[in-house]
Design a protein around this ligand. Structure first.
Ligand code: CA2
Length: 148
């Protein structure tokens, strides 16, 4: 464990719109609400949280690479890049930190293209369909992995 006991929360494209559009699929919580939820869950377990959101694939890769040495684990909702990005998957593999992948919607009950994830092979766990609470479950699982 590093001295800082930090987690990195990574949010992919369009998740900055949370709480403003498509509440039927993604709920009414904003991205700030989700980050607060992550911070609260992490704090209960003695961890701090850095959160990043980007609509740009390379920025997500940069953030994941930068986690080496600053974070002990990563919670990521890669959003649409889940289904398309070898670059995000390679960055997660390269950084070598434990990863929990989160999707607020149940990607397996939607369009077929959402059933494939380039990220899942690099994840210790995948949580889908639990809405914003999925992030809390992810933080709980990741901190348990890191503590045990
Ligand atoms: O269920 C999830 O969390 C997803 O990762 C969300 C992605 C989607 O491409 C994945 O297949 C599943 C889309 C994120 C878009 O977020 C929005 C939020 C509010 C309004 C519009 C889009």
């Amino acid at each position: 464990m590093t001295e800082t006991s930090r987690l990195l929360i990574v949010h992919g494209p369009n998740l900055n719109l949370l709480g403003t559009r498509e509440p039927g699929i993604y709920g009414t919580a904003t991205l700030d609400d989700v980050n607060d939820l992550c911070r609260a869950a992490a704090a209960q377990r003695g961890f701090e949280v850095d959160a990043v959101q980007s609509n740009h694939e390379g920025d997500l890769v940069d953030a994941i690479q930068a986690a080496r040495g600053t974070a002990e684990g990563i919670v990521i909702n890669p959003a649409a890049y889940t289904h398309t990005s070898v670059a995000v998957a390679d960055a997660l593999a390269a950084v070598g930190l434990p990863v929990v992948e989160v999707h607020m919607s149940n990607v397996h009950a939607r369009e077929p293209f959402r059933r494939h994830s380039y990220v899942s092979p690099h994840a210790a766990a995948v949580i889908a369909g639990a809405g914003p609470s999925g992030y809390r479950f992810a933080v709980e699982h990741l901190t348990a992995l890191l503590r045990d």
